[in-house]
Design a binder for this molecule. Structure first.
Ligand SMILES: Nc1ncnc2c1ncn2[C@@H]1O[C@H](COP(=O)(O)OP(=O)(O)OP(=O)(O)O)[C@@H](O)[C@H]1O
Ligand SMILES: [Mg+2]
Length: 238
């Protein structure tokens, strides 16, 4: 069987028929607070635990809060195999945010060249961009965005790097056509209680579990229950 990469979440690996295909790009979509960062960190730390070098680019949450929040969930972010790049406006490393109001192309190019610089220092195998939405916001030209995004995915693919990007966008967006897989996180109001459901909507080159499975976020991070299906009355959908 071909190699699959663990996401660090057992139930999600099962939904993915064993895990992610290496060298490809994946999108984790969800509304605020659904667990996108937590899922991305599971993926990052699964690589770290195998001795891989992992780059985690944080664009909204400062490295400091990310550390605090994720340490609370039981992740050890001090592992030398993990490089956290703080690309928030107040971060130490202004990857591209200083050009936020410039053209998108300049901003995105800057981020990509910063990533490539870092790639020269180590052989990274996994990269997380959390969230890609921030990059997209600098875009004024849709065609240029597509071109840059695709060439970025290609250059990561060439290096055998598996990419996980988070996205806050609810509606279908251009990235969804370009990535190899999409994982959706949703929360529902079920009789006054918040319930969470995870679903795979796309996975190129593989079969996958098409059901919405319930998941929880607790002290150990995300747990997906693949033996249960989440049935939500349509009137409860949020
Ligand atoms: N120990 C815990 N027990 C239960 N829930 C927790 C725990 N730690 C964090 N959470 C929940 O996890 C969620 C935050 O997850 P995360 O930051 O990964 O979401 P996100 O989708 O990245 O959010 P955002 O859109 O704001 O970036 C919150 O709703 C929080 O309440
Ligand atoms: Mg987040």
């Amino acid at each position: 069987m071909e190699t699959r990469l663990s996401t660090g979440i057992e139930g999600l690996d099962r939904m993915l028929n064993g895990g992610l295909l290496p060298g490809r790009a994946y999108l984790v979509k969800g509304a605020p607070g659904t667990g996108k960062t937590t899922l991305a960190m599971h993926f990052a730390m699964a690589g770290v635990s195998r001795g891989e070098s992992v780059m985690y680019i944080t664009l909204e949450e400062s490295a400091e809060t990310l550390r605090t929040d994720m340490t609370r969930l039981g992740f050890n972010l001090n592992d030398p195999h993990l490089t956290i790049i703080d690309a928030t406006p107040i971060g130490d490393n202004y990857v591209f945010m200083d050009t936020f109001f410039d053209s998108f192309a300049k901003g995105f190019d800057k981020m990509v060249s910063a990533i490539k610089d870092e790639l020269r220092t180590r052989r990274y195998t996994r990269i997380v961009i959390d969230p890609i939405t921030m990059v997209k916001l600098t875009s004024t030209d849709e065609i240029e965005y597509r071109r840059l995004f695709l060439s970025f995915l290609k250059s990561m693919h060439k290096r055998g790097i598996t990419l996980v990007m988070t996205s806050e966008v609810e509606k279908t967006d251009v990235e969804e056509y370009l990535v190899s897989g999409i994982i959706e996180l949703k929360s529902f109001d079920l009789e006054g209680e918040l319930v969470r459901g995870i679903r795979i909507t796309k996975l190129r080159g593989s079969g996958f579990d098409t059901a919405i499975r319930p998941y929880v976020i607790s002290d150990g991070g995300i747990v997906v229950f693949t033996d249960k299906i989440l049935t939500i009355p349509s009137s409860f959908k949020t």
